[in-house]
Ligand binder design. Structure first.
Ligand code: PRX
Length: 649
């Protein structure tokens, strides 16, 4: 064990030397306690060190590594005709200017800044500018609703919000500024003092008499340009404040353990959890996993299709690649617009060498057959990656045989918002692959599989996936609630970090994720809790009770199947079903909308009144072997539920 500790410290200590520390760390590389029966949980990495994330991913590349003229991002817009590029030097310049804007707005180290933006270069600029001034960014996925945005802004008291006028995803138009305004009005007192708006769609302020378009007749104006609501006291245009900003900006020197960002993930109680990551360990871990898992080479063009609003976009579209001085593609659109070849077209356009996407995208594109893929050469590709949910062997094989022409190894990377970076993953040309397995732990990651009673299982086994030791980018807290941090990750099995995933280990020591073991589900690679969807539906006046369960879906992986009991005097109609689905869209966002809603005169409950979701899952799947139902208070409810089942795909 002692030898392991020395190796661990040596390994990460050596990697730390590749980055810039204004002052080095003193003492241990890592200090921690995972055992709440002994003391409070804590994790600290490189204490005493001071640094700046933005300096490491930009200034270091431009000044020390002489990568100033290298392209940092190829931006590919929603429409193939819209594209741009930005070099490291230009990105640094933009970031410095925006960091000065942030300072001019009164933002200082430790302040929280909300970012609600489409996939545009300004989003990356905004994140890195926050990092430069030591502010903590809280990015909210631009597909989330006004309610979801408002909840996140309030939870971590963001004083500034950065957004855009609007954007297109495929042919869907999203009025981002309008949603933003709705969010700010939702809960009376809101902490946001200023809102910086990027003019992405050339919008003009509503009722702006000075704009040239106001000379046009109203119908024509509406088709030509977007008009957005504007509050002179709060709103400022990005381009206007940038015009006046200087290009010199001294980074804020922060402690390695100062927060870098908060990112919300679904919690099993329904309320999202603000996962907090800190600077030093996150920098080392995302940089190192990116380098080894994708075998990063300086000539690479790397493309991660994830949205920056999710952890994959933070770690493997922004910080990890930039820390290595990589060139990446930043894509605003969707894989099916203008047609289902878009991904492969982009790969040929930029000669992408490493491509990282999600099983849901692979399954979606697989439906259209091989022809749309084969229309493009994809000769530049060397390594393929997947993340977000278990990949079924059929999708894995299609990805390998058709997309990668049997030349490109597939890195199935298992990790979480909480882990910050890859935990179980193959390494290219090192790890023999097995379709559907995330294979083996990354360097210095120590997984274990526990039985129900908390025993560590050896050899071939199935149980709860936990980690025995911290790694540099492990989350440091659930923002605002130590209790939630402790109870979500450390309470069930003291001494371990509990992932919430079930897992099998085969005879070769390979790990296979079997899915969530709590009331969470994974729709298109996005975690959701059944509780948050249930509480959104419960807010409808007609609903007396609701239970949501996960149901398999051929493209999304999982979908939601809901059982609702209505209050007296309400009728179950198609309109009501639409209203309930819309209610979830409004409260959480379109990704959470249930696919199926069925009426339930009563829900199956135990004698103590607990809803038996296990039975509901079986009913949704039309599986009649219900197992032991002896704890059920009233067995007769089951027949009616089977009778009213909704046909599923
Ligand atoms: O259940 C696991 C699944 O996604 C969960 C984490 O979701 P989130 O925090 O949103 O982060 C997603 C991107 C890292 C995990 O608990 N998951 C993620 N990657 C895989 C996976 N399941 C199986 N195989 C994977 N490669």
């Amino acid at each position: 064990m002692f030898l392991l500790l020395i190796l661990y410290t040596e390994f990460w200590g050596k990697i730390a030397k590749e980055f810039y520390w204004k002052t080095p760390y003193t003492g241990n590389f890592m200090d921690y306690n995972f055992d709440l029966t002994r003391a409070k949980i804590y994790i600290r990495c490189m204490q005493g060190a001071t640094t700046n994330m933005c300096y490491n991913v930009l200034d270091r590349n431009v000044n020390e590594k002489k990568l100033g003229d290298k392209i940092a991002f190829y931006w590919e817009g929603n429409k193939p005709e819209d594209y741009a590029r930005i070099t490291y030097k230009e990105l640094l310049q933009q970031v410095c200017k925006f960091a000065n804007v942030l300072r001019a707005q009164g933002i200082k180290k430790g302040d929280h800044v909300a970012i609600y933006m489409p996939m545009i270069i300004e989003l990356i600029v905004a994140m890195l500018a926050c990092a430069r001034v030591g502010a903590v960014h809280s990015i909210v996925f631009a597909g989330f609703s006004a309610e979801a945005l408002s909840e996140r802004i309030l939870d971590c008291s963001c004083s500034l919000l950065i957004t855009a006028d609007g954007f297109y995803r495929g042919d869907k138009f999203i009025k981002l500024k309008e949603i933003t305004d709705e969010a700010l009005k939702l809960h009376g007192e809101n902490p946001v003092k200023k809102c910086i708006v990027v003019k992405h769609l050339k919008a003009t302020k509503e009722n702006d008499k000075t704009s040239t378009q106001s000379n046009l007749p109203p119908a024509k104006r509406a088709c030509l340009k977007l008009q957005i609501p504007w509050n002179e006291e709060v709103d400022v245009w990005w381009h206007e404040v940038m015009k006046e900003a200087g290009e010199e900006c001294e980074p804020e020197w922060c402690s390695a353990e100062d927060p870098l960002f908060i990112l919300y993930t679904s919690g099993s109680t329904g309320k999202p959890k603000g996962v907090k990551h800190t600077i030093g360990g996150y920098l080392l871990y995302t940089a190192t996993t990116f380098k080894y898992v994708f075998d990063y080479q300086p000539s690479d063009v790397y493309w991660c299709t994830a949205d920056v609003g999710w952890i994959t976009g933070h770690s493997y579209l922004t910080y990890g690649p930039l820390a290595n001085g990589a060139t990446s593609v930043l894509f605003e659109g969707v894989p099916t617009y203008p047609d289902v070849s878009r991904f492969w077209e982009i790969i040929d356009k930029y000669l992408v060498t490493k491509f990282y996407t999600a099983p849901t995208a692979i399954r979606l594109l697989m439906k259209y057959g091989d022809e749309p893929v084969k229309r493009f050469s994809r000769k530049s590709l060397k390594i393929l990656g997947t993340v977000g949910e278990p990949i079924n062997p059929e999708a894995w094989l299609w990805y390998y045989n058709v997309v990668g022409d049997r030349r490109c190894p597939i890195m199935d990377t298992y990790w979480q918002t909480e882990t910050g970076g890859h935990m179980l993953t193959p390494l290219p040309a090192v790890t023999p692959l097995k379709p559907g397995s995330a294979t083996l732990p990354f360097f210095s990651v120590v997984p274990a599989i526990l039985s129900e009673s908390g025993e560590e299982l050896e050899g071939e086994a199935e149980g709860y996936l936990v980690f025995k030791k911290p790694w540099p980018s492990i989350m440091r807290e659930v923002y605002g609630s130590y209790e939630r941090f402790e109870s979500s990750y450390f309470k069930r099995f003291p001494g371990y970090f509990v992932t919430g995933d079930g897992c099998k280990r085969d005879k070769d020591g390979y790990y296979w994720i079997t899915g969530r073991i709590d009331d969470m589900l994974n729709i298109s690679g996005h975690l959701l809790s059944t509780a948050e969807v249930e509480s959104a539906i419960m807010e409808h006046l007609a609903v007396a009770e609701v239970a949501a369960v996960s149901h398999p879906h051929p493209v999304k992986g999982e979908s939601l199947y809901c059982f609702v009991t209505l209050k007296d005097g309400h009728e179950f109609t198609d309109e009501l079903v639409t209203e309930l689905k819309n209610q979830v869209r409004k409260k959480i966002g379109p990704i959470a909308a249930p696919d199926y809603i069925q009426i339930a005169a009563q829900l199956p409950k135990t004698r103590s009144g607990k809803i038996m979701r296990r039975l509901l899952r079986k009913i949704a799947r039309n599986e009649r072997d219900l197992g032991n139902t002896s704890t059920l208070a009233d067995e007769s409810v089951l027949e009616a539920l089977f009778k009213n089942r909704v046909e599923t795909i």
